[in-house]
Design a binder for this molecule. Structure first.
Ligand SMILES: [Zn+2]
Length: 237
């Protein structure tokens, strides 16, 4: 065979191998980084689902938790509607969704919030969400709540129940970086001991986001976006 033809065949072979490798790499990347849904717990009290890999998968990880207090599901739904659809986020996000099967009613229909679902959500948080987050290599955890106007002038705020914690520093930074989210520590929480307190005390910074449940959906959307982008702009050491 002519030497030129042999050379051409060799070049073509190398080129096809290179092309195949490239296609395979791109394909693997997509598989690894696509958003996934996983049920990590399911018992008679309810279930916990984790939505993973939102945002930039090569960046530090942040966890959001929704559903600790099932009555407050208006902000949970607001959050779930917005975050997974945002592009160009700096960090990688996992969302822990607690679904309680017991009664929890709705704001406007039942106040105070004393249905058994409230305690159940807290117990699911401690039993399943807390250990998963503790072992999940997260830089920060944000626990999303709503309230029925119980805090006077304080409607939309963040805080860490553990004073002097790194979670408190991040919450203060978020409040400084937002127009409508302030820092306010009400000094009392029912759910703190079930999630944000033990997280802060065991090396995982965590803070609450609280929103007034009676604000219009448009306002809730604006405030939620402020929270999300301020968290996405935090600097981790
Ligand atoms: Zn709450």
């Amino acid at each position: 065979m002519n030497r030129k033809i042999i050379l051409l065949i060799i070049v073509l072979l190398i080129f096809s191998v290179a092309l195949f490798t490239q296609i395979k790499t791109v394909h693997d990347d997509n598989d690894e980084f696509k958003i996934t849904h996983e049920i990590i717990a399911n018992d008679s009290l309810g279930s916990v689902e984790v939505i993973r890999n939102i945002g930039n998968p090569n960046s530090p990880k942040i966890a959001y938790v929704v559903g600790v207090h099932p009555l407050e599901n208006d902000t949970h739904n607001t959050f779930l509607k917005i975050l997974p659809n945002l592009t160009n986020l700096n960090y990688s996000y996992d969302i822990y969704v607690i679904n309680v099967t017991l009664d929890f009613s709705q704001y406007g229909q039942l106040l105070p919030d004393d249905e058994p679902g409230r305690q159940t959500g807290q117990e699911l948080a401690l039993k399943y969400v807390y250990p998963a987050i503790l072992n999940g290599s997260y830089e920060l955890v944000v626990d999303v709540h709503a309230h029925g106007g119980a805090y006077g002038d304080h409607n939309t705020f963040v805080f860490s129940p553990v004073e002097g914690s790194l979670g408190e520093s991040y919450a203060v930074a978020v409040s400084n970086d937002t127009e409508n989210v302030s820092y306010y520590n009400p000094q009392f929480t029912t759910s703190g001991p079930y999630l944000t307190v033990p997280l802060n005390e065991n090396g995982v910074p965590a803070f609450y986001y609280e929103e007034n449940s009676f604000f219009s959906q448009d306002i809730k959307d604006v405030h939620m976006l402020e929270l999300i982008y301020a968290v996405d702009s935090l600097k981790f050491n």
